[in-house]
Design a protein around this ligand. Structure first.
Ligand code: CA
Length: 360
């Protein structure tokens, strides 16, 4: 009876202490931060778009709702290639993209996405977190008012889908292939014609013969686009993108206004997302590859060693020239290439030796 009376009393709203329990104090409401995250991907795009969603959700949950991040797909707030500028000027507080899109801002950005014959996912994270890479990335983005973070990795990509066999370096001559960035420059030096076509138009371009070949990501994303219906050969390995890093960029002013614990939450959530995407790609690529080979009868082929050797030599030229384009590119190149040289020696007796041993 007493309890019922008490509840009835509460209902009148006359017990202020009780009411205060269910209504958050005004000071907490003021502390709630609402951020926008613009992305370079279609909304919910498998792997990339879903990684942005996961990052936002993790930040929301870790902060107990004190910071809420809303994710926007490409074109919802700004187009894909305007993510950098939008976050730089504060239209959005966060962005989710790939650093190689911003080479118009600085050639040096390309070291933070993927370099042909560069670092694998594991090595890239090692360079970023323990090899000085992250400090250089922060230094590079600082003048733009941005704080960068790695937020995912594709792992080794596939060399791509081809309508003809690649047996010698000569087979690359005259090859019209969709392959962006530094990899495209390398193909050009090998006698091919690199073209840039948005992902959504690749199927038709390959089907109509507008292009002879295309790279995209790996089995998981490539199966989704249905390339196996219009190209016969699926080549590996993805020499041009051995472990492409996705990035999260944060508006520096917005970041600095956060209390220390929320700053730590944002950066730790990025690290969690970085781990998560690589795990997702690794798991789904292996399932998708099996479906491509066994269900769709795709011809899986390795690029011949002499072709890879030639592409490697040309890649070294392209990356060296990139280093000479700007002082910051030179500084990053020196750190990157020194780390690469060292890690190759270690990998020879660890990952590489073990992966070989496992197949004996
Ligand atoms: Ca790719």
């Amino acid at each position: 009876m007493k309890r019922r009376k008490f509840i009835k009393h509460l209902g009148t709203g006359s017990i202020t202490a009780g009411a205060a329990l269910s209504v958050p104090p005004a000071v907490h409401a003021k502390e709630q931060v609402r951020w926008k995250m613009v992305t370079a991907w279609p909304k919910n795009f498998p792997g990339l778009g879903t990684n942005a969603n996961m990052l936002a959700k993790t930040i929301n949950e870790m902060s107990g709702g004190r910071i809420k991040v809303k994710v926007y797909g490409a074109k919802e707030l700004v187009p894909a290639f305007e993510v950098f500028d939008a976050v730089s000027r504060g239209t959005a507080e966060m962005g989710h993209a790939g650093a190689y899109y911003w080479k118009g801002k600085s050639e040096a950005v390309q070291f933070f996405s993927s370099v042909p014959f560069g670092l694998t996912a594991q090595e890239m994270n090692a360079w970023l977190y323990y090899g000085g890479g992250m400090d250089l990335w922060r230094e590079l983005y600082d003048p733009f008012g941005l704080v960068p973070a790695a937020t995912g990795n594709s792992g080794v990509q596939m060399a791509g889908w081809f309508n003809r066999e690649i047996n010698t370096v000569d087979d690359l001559k005259g090859l019209k292939m969709r392959i962006p960035g530094l990899g495209g420059e390398v193909l050009q030096r090998a006698g091919g014609t690199p073209v840039t076509i948005p992902g959504g138009e690749l199927f038709t371009a390959l089907q109509s013969g507008t292009i002879d070949a295309t790279e995209w990501v790996g089995p998981y994303n490539d199966l989704a686009f249905g390339f196996y219906k219009v190209a016969k050969y699926y080549y590996y390995p993805g020499w041009h993108e051995p472990g492409t890093t996705m990035e999260c960029m944060i508006n520096k002013k917005a970041f600095n206004e956060l209390p220390k614990d929320l700053q730590a939450i944002v950066l730790t959530a990025c690290k969690a997302a970085n781990l998560d995407l690589l795990a997702e790609f690794t798991a789904r690529n292996n399932q998708a590859l099996e479906a491509l080979v066994n269900k769709h009868n795709v011809q899986l082929r390795a690029l011949p060693d002499p072709v890879l050797k030639k592409l490697h030599d040309l890649s070294n030229e392209v990356v060296l020239e990139l280093a000479d384009k700007e002082p910051m590119a030179k500084k990053i190149y020196e750190s990157f290439s020194q780390f690469r040289k060292q890690v190759i020696d270690w990998e020879k007796v660890s990952e590489q030796a073990y992966l070989r041993a496992r197949t004996l």
